[in-house]
Design a binder for this molecule. Sequence first.
Ligand code: NOJ
Ligand code: CA
Length: 719
Amino acid sequence: MGITRLLQASCTLAILAILFSLTACESGDDNTATVELTSPDGSLKLYLSLGGLSSRLSYSLFKDGELIVDTSYLGITDDDWGGLEDGFELIDASSYKGNVSYDLPWGEVASVDAGYEEGKLLVRHPYSEAKFSVIACVFDDGIGIRYHFPEQEGDKTRLEVLDEDTRIFLPGNPLVNWGPGDWNSYENPTELSLHSEIDATKYDNREELISRVVPHNAIMTPATVRLENGVHLTFHEAALIDYPGMTLEVLDNLGFKSKLVDSHRRKAKAICDLPFYTPWRTIQVEDRAVDLLDNMLILNLSPPSEIEDISWFEPMTYAGVWWEMFLGVGTWDYEGGQNVDNFLGVDRGANRHAANTENAKRYIDFCAENNIGGLLIEGWNTGWEDWLDPEQRAEVFDFVTSYPDYDIEEVVRYAHEKGVQIVMHHETSASVPQYEKQQDEAFALMQNLGIHVVKSGYVGNIIPEGEYHHGQYMVNHYRNSFQKAAEYQVAVNPHEPIKPTGERRTFPNAISAEGARGMEYASSGRRDDVNQPQHLAHLVYTRCLAGPFDYTPGIFQLDISDFRGSDARVGTTLGLQLGAYVVVMAPIQMVADLPEHYKLEDGSYHPAMSYIRNMATNWDDTYPLAGELGKYAVVARKVRGEDRFFVGGISGDEDQETTLSLDFLPEGETYTLTIYRDGPDAHYWDNPTDLVIESREVTSADELSVLMKASGGFGAIIE
Ligand code: NOJ
Ligand code: CA
């Protein structure tokens, strides 16, 4: 039990003051030192320490005088040096106050300005002669901790990291919103459970197309906990550069320990040239769970933008021939053999290739009529017949050869004439060397055609064998892809990606990513198999806190029994499909359903299309309004550069009634609010499209009461 945990029982500010008053950046000659770091508003205090019987490095964290992270050890294991865990000698302790300020070309806010205090302990490990620092940084709403390895004496020029031992000890047994720490896929269900009840290894499943590799009882990040005192902490990382992704192993004595994703092609999990900074291990801290939605810590700790001009990318909604494939209406391949029906054993016959010129033009007309900015066309290039064939998938795709029924130049010409952007698709079948050698040619084709967005995909286990989606090799590939794409004015939306860790600050062309179960997991229509009612309310407090998410909302035909057999449903209400556009932040948001599904029987558009037509995907500001961990979230956002606002809410597995203050509106102005909310009889399975649309005048003094049904929600425009 750490000293701070003992203190917790009788913790008073007075005791703490005595204990720590003398220790700010103090070091004695007995190899003890504590750097005390305080957030600008004084609420957070972090103590970075060297000491104890075995001279270990540790930190602890307090909020408003209360312990929120108990004494937690820090360490790392290198192949040559062995475990750098204890017996350290102090070289130097220091701290300073700083400020970070930047503009965002797109995102949840227009600009950020935040103060922090940063400190470090530089130590020597006498047995190995390793020299390194632990660096900590404290903002008002969270902290980051990382290791820095400067150039070493002798001939050591690179780290060979076997694992990292960064711990997070928590007071009590918190509620945790978590998904399994899978080395290969983030497309697993998530859970809300007590820390003591986490069982992640049950998700290990090597039989899947992308095998689920959960070798330890570890969770993915972001994960959010609610401590017994009500404070919420989100664990994640920032500036994940040239290093494996981190999972968090569950410790029996309540807390977590970093566990890096492996590579089976070599002994070390990370090989890094010196000097080297590891990624930041981040803890975002908020009283209310929903305040995590505009917590900018991850970006604050990320390197500044390397792309000066991103004006060629416009935030937008986009449609796609995509959902056709998931309903079994269309196919990716020309011959018509490759579609989701294969997995169901259904054969609907050939000649249903969705990416043909005529179909593309039909979708372009639909986009133009409804102010939808882009159109994604998957299955346009050759290779799909064999993309899952183990013998062929290493070399199956090229990214420049169209199928014979798809005239790419004509489609792009027609789209541009109608003011619609084409979104390119690069499915790589996870064959990374094959993609890397073609990226220049593929991006150059896009630039020549005036196509500025690509959705990429990495279905299957990674080629070369022995690498995982979340290991160092792939972290580098995804990051290099952002950099290379930017040279060709291309923005990237990877599916089967590495989780976002702030890349968008450095590369604003990292516009979105999958990395969770999106709407495709609803397409089977089977009640026990689709995304469960709590799904999106969990993602809001886990995956979405990493950065933009390509959730692919906008399904209007939620009864899919015509395509998937009787009683097949998507499993949400229409209200949730609309609310998701506001709650889930991304500068490109899909309008995912088939064009005909947005129409009523008489051929007119569904009245809720007015919401889609007016939808914004870029914001000046974000106002978290209400929510509960894993249960629901309601947020308002101001449209970038306009006097318009959206409010959106989504719920989990229970009905939620909430009353919201509209005091985020400018005072004294009168606006028209139009709400699209779950109707009184809405039910995510039995009656998913019951929707009420109503308008009224509002001012900042008003309140809005809304009932969201389970797996439901609402969207509102205020203008
Ligand atoms: C999986 C992606 O998540 C999905 O959106 C895409 O259509 C298929 N792979 C094919 O690339
Ligand atoms: Ca996927």
